[in-house]
Design a protein around this ligand. Structure first.
Ligand SMILES: Nc1ncnc2c1ncn2[C@@H]1O[C@H](COP(=O)(O)OP(=O)(O)OP(=O)(O)O)[C@@H](O)[C@H]1O
Ligand SMILES: [Mg+2]
Length: 277
């Protein structure tokens, strides 16, 4: 049994929680135009957990990430980091956005070095670690280019390097690999897994790919159609499997089928909802 259903709200896990999302809901707008994006939802992550969130388009995944990042305030409930309510952005949280959010007036190297520089790291040291991170994402040759000179996938890789540069305790990634080709994606998945194992950081990772979730995650949440709730949550053991071809095993396929069935039902509901909007 490589995945097992769990209660993501926490139970005993709350005692060691890195991140607690508690009764969190979010409504955009007011009156008849109001959109309930997230229904009250509870998630607990322990230090070192790697949570992948999958769910139909428009179910509130980015909204959830934005609240944890501190860019959006919840309508009800709260998000706590190390027991303290999140009220705004912080350097201990590294964010990779769904759409690249690089500084267009800075070179690639300056973009990656920006975070550490603003935290007081000396220029030479910040640039050196930025170069190392750019090498990691295969972009050392593009250090002096500007974001507009890069493809969408390359910009996304700069975004990943920039998020890692602050050595964040918690990484918040919104479909970071969506724009990448299959080969780059697989290489970076292995890199991310390595970085996560070495650093012991906590990760909240949104993806549309069930394979990616099974390959990377210690925990998987399937969200319902809008308003997003936790429809199902699983503990997954594939990410601990040393076999790089684990995705080709029958157990992996069985787990994929199980999650796909849940996701399909919600995607159909979401489509129905959107057609009525
Ligand atoms: N700033 C906003 N103002 C009004 N409505 C918003 C805003 N941001 C998101 N929404 C609405 O909230 C809902 C959830 O959006 P969100 O971007 O969180 O979905 P998502 O799960 O990330 O979707 P996708 O998989 O397509 O990225 C959608 O119905 C969207 O239209
Ligand atoms: Mg989104």
């Amino acid at each position: 049994m490589q995945i097992e259903a769990i209660d993501m709200a926490g139970g005993a896990r709350r005692d060691h929680a890195k991140l607690v999302v508690e009764g969190l809901s979010k409504t955009f707008g007011t009156g008849p135009e109001a959109v309930l994006a997230l229904a009250p939802l509870d998630i607990t992550l322990e230090r070192g957990d790697f949570l992948c969130v999958v769910g139909p388009s428009g179910c509130g995944k980015t909204t959830l990430l934005n609240v944890v990042a501190g860019f959006e305030r919840p309508t009800s409930g709260r998000a706590l980091l190390d027991g303290r309510p999140i009220t705004g952005p912080g350097a201990e949280r590294g964010v990779v956005f769904q759409q690249g959010a690089l500084f267009n007036w800075m070179t690639v190297l300056e973009n990656v070095a920006f975070g550490p520089r603003s935290c007081g790291v000396p220029a030479a040291k910040a640039r050196e670690s930025a170069r190392r991170l750019l090498a990691l994402v295969g972009l050392e040759a593009f250090a002096s280019k500007y974001p507009y000179q890069l493809s969408g996938g390359m910009q996304q890789r700069v975004g990943i390097a920039r998020a890692l540069a602050n050595e964040p305790e918690i990484l918040l990634m919104d479909e970071p690999f969506a724009a990448l080709d299959q080969q780059t994606r697989e290489l970076l998945q292995e890199e991310i897994r390595g970085i996560w194992r070495r650093t012991g950081s906590t990760v909240l990772w949104i993806t549309h790919s069930i394979e990616e979730a099974l390959f990377l995650a210690t925990h998987i949440v399937v969200m319902s159609a809008r308003p997003g709730r936790v429809k199902a949550a699983f503990r997954s053991h594939f990410s601990a499997d040393p076999d790089p071809l684990v995705a080709a095993t029958p157990a992996f396929s069985a787990a994929k089928r199980q999650i796909l069935a849940l996701l399909r039902a919600e995607s159909q509901r979401a489509q129905h909802l959107e057609s009525q909007a």
